[in-house]
Design a protein around this ligand. Structure first.
Ligand code: ATP
Ligand code: MG
Length: 236
C-alpha cells in the first residue's frame, strides 16, 4: 500500500523559546480533504507552518509520501509537492493578477501542475482580472489567486489556512465548489478552518486541536454524533 500523503508523528515546534506544538499526530491520505479545527491560538497555523519548516525548531516526524522532511529546509520540503496558502495570502500589490500567478517556480517533476489556461477555466473571474493590479482585486479574488498560484506549481498536497475568512457568502460558496473540484481532480487537501459550516460538508475527516495538541479526530460519518463534543471544544 502507498504511504499516506502526509504522516505527522509526535511533532513539537517552537517559535524561539515558545513551545507551541506538543506532540501532534495526524495523517492525510492521498485524495482526502482533511480539516483542522480549533479555537484561536490552538496551533493550527503553527501545524501548517511546521510542515513547511517555517516555525523555529521542530522535533518529531513529518513524512510526505513516505519521505521524512523534518530535517529539510523549506524549499526542499516544497519540492515534495506541497503548496502552502498562508492566511495572509501573500498577493503582491504592485504586480498584476497574472504576474502573481506566474511568480512561484514550477516544482521539479511538477509536470502535473495546472496550465494557465486550465486555471483560467477553473477561475473565470481571474481570467477577466488578469491585468488588474494585486491591490485592485477583491478579497475573494485575492484568495482564489493565492490558491490558483500553488496549483500552477504542480503541488498535489495543498495546505490551506482559513481560506473562507472574512469573505462574502457567495465567495465562500465558490471556494467550497473549488475544494470539491480539487478533490475530484485527485488533489489532497489539509485545510485549517474557523468556519465550521464551510468545512463540515467538504471534509472526509476532521482533527480538532487544543493547546498545541490533537484532542479529537473523526470521519465525516461521525460528524453528527460528534456535534456535542464539538460544541464544547469549539463553541459551534
Ligand atoms: N510567530 C510567533 N511567535 C511566537 N508565538 C507564536 C507565533 N505565532 C503563533 N504563536 C503562538 O502559538 C500558539 C498557536 O498559534 P497558531 O497561530 O498556530 O494558532 P491558530 O490555531 O492558527 O489560531 P488563530 O489562527 O485563530 O490565531 C499561540 O499561543 C500563539 O500565540
Ligand atoms: Mg491560524
Amino acid at each position: 500500500m502507498a504511504a499516506p500523503a502526509l504522516q505527522i508523528e509526535g511533532l513539537h515546534a517552537w517559535y524561539g523559546e515558545s513551545h507551541v506544538l506538543h506532540g501532534v499526530d495526524l495523517q492525510v491520505n492521498h485524495g482526502e480533504v482533511v480539516t483542522l479545527l480549533g479555537r484561536n491560538g490552538a496551533g493550527r497555523t503553527s501545524t501548517l507552518r511546521a510542515i513547511m519548516g517555517l516555525t523555529g525548531s521542530r522535533k518529531g516526524s513529518i513524512r510526505v509520501d513516505g519521505h521524512e522532511t523534518v530535517g529539510l529546509p523549506t524549499y526542499r520540503i516544497a519540492h515534495h509537492g506541497i503548496g502552502y496558502c498562508p492566511e495572509e495570502r501573500g498577493i503582491f500589490a504592485s504586480l498584476s493578477a497574472e504576474e502573481n500567478l506566474l511568480l512561484p517556480p514550477v516544482l521539479k517533476g511538477g509536470g502535473q501542475g495546472m496550465s494557465v489556461d486550465e486555471i483560467y477555466a477553473m477561475f473565470p473571474n481571474l481570467a477577466e482580472r488578469r491585468h488588474s493590479q494585486g491591490t485592485r482585486l477583491s478579497g475573494g479574488e485575492q484568495q482564489m489567486l493565492a490558491v490558483a498560484r500553488i496549483l500552477r506549481t504542480g503541488a498535489r498536497l495543498l495546505l490551506l489556512d482559513e481560506i473562507s475568512e472574512g469573505l462574502a457568502p457567495v465567495i465562500v460558496q465558490a471556494l467550497a465548489r473549488m475544494i470539491v473540484t480539487l478533490r475530484a481532480k485527485g488533489y489532497t487537501v489539509l485545510m485549517v478552518e474557523q468556519n465550521f459550516r464551510f468545512a463540515a460538508p467538504l471534509a472526509d475527516r476532521f482533527y480538532v486541536m487544543e493547546h498545541g495538541r490533537v484532542v479529537e479526530s473523526f470521519g465525516a460519518a461521525e460528524l453528527d454524533a460528534k456535534m456535542p463534543v464539538l460544541g464544547e471544544l469549539l463553541g459551534v
